[in-house]
Ligand binder design. Sequence first.
Ligand SMILES: *[C@@H]1O[C@H](CO)[C@@H](O)[C@H](O)[C@H]1NC(C)=O
Length: 330
Amino acid sequence: MEMFTRLLYSLFLVLICNGVPSVGQKKRETLLSEKVSQMMDWASKRSVIRMNGDKFRRFVKAPPRNYSVIIMFTALQPQRQCGVCKQADEEYQVLANSWRYSNAFTNKVFFATVDFDEGSDVFQMLNMNSAPTFINFPAKGKPKRSDTYELQVRGFAAEQLARWVADRTDVHVRVIRPPNYAGPLMLGFLLAVIGGLAYLRRNNLEFLFNKNVWAFSALCFVLIMTSGQMWNHIRGPPYAHKNPNTGQVSYIHGSSQAQFVAETHIVLLFNSAVTMGMVLLHEAATSDLDIGKRKIMCVAGIGLVMLFFSWLLSIFRAKYHGYPYSFLMS
Ligand SMILES: *[C@@H]1O[C@H](CO)[C@@H](O)[C@H](O)[C@H]1NC(C)=O
């Protein structure tokens, strides 16, 4: 009999706790499903949901929530002059699109962004003073230390971000990039030129055994690679930056974290000039031209090396603030 009472009692307790939802719980449930369907609605319109302070407080900060939100805090307005923000934004779009259009897409994770000029109150609330910053707001609890992405260490490539998202939310995003035809096209063009040359000179292929041709090609390859053309190809930075307020164009990025395309061309030119100077000096010492010409070559070589090396150093100093050494000019 006692057993039966106890059973009845526990059944009663179970009913109270689970079976009959209280009014508050029901409200919470409707609120949650409203929020989820609103988020889904936004996500169907754009892969990265834009949030201002109000939306952030309602859909990210306030409970109830059963979804994670990855947020990129950024400053994309031109007057903020955040070049890195633009590049990070492109990678973030690639990541969010890969998730949005994958078969695995669910309402477990959403990608959103808060721009400083639309939600500076959020920046203040979170005590944040640098952009871009990526933070995961987990479905349960507050963001922990590791919910802030280590941008300085890991960079902002979409693949790295995806790894971090998988780590924090258990959602695996396979990054799919829109195809880039520039690389294969250039390669095809180069092969066509080489093939054409070989065809035109098919009776005289001796140039293939010419040391200078190979040396020159190798030098071109080295100059292209060391000046950062591959980096441009991968990151796709802007050609230069025009300050919208003053109209002033800067060709050199002001930090060592990034570079403009124009900058790599300048570095390419300067490196070639230094190399040219070296070659002239070498020729001056070893060729059998008359001594007057060799003297001129020697002076020109020294001039080229000194001038362009000095300019290279000043570019480096402009990017890497506090570098102590300079040569000829500051
Ligand atoms: C979150 O809750 C809503 C409403 O109950 C539900 O539709 C949705 O599937 C839930 N999401 C997850 C990831 O469980």
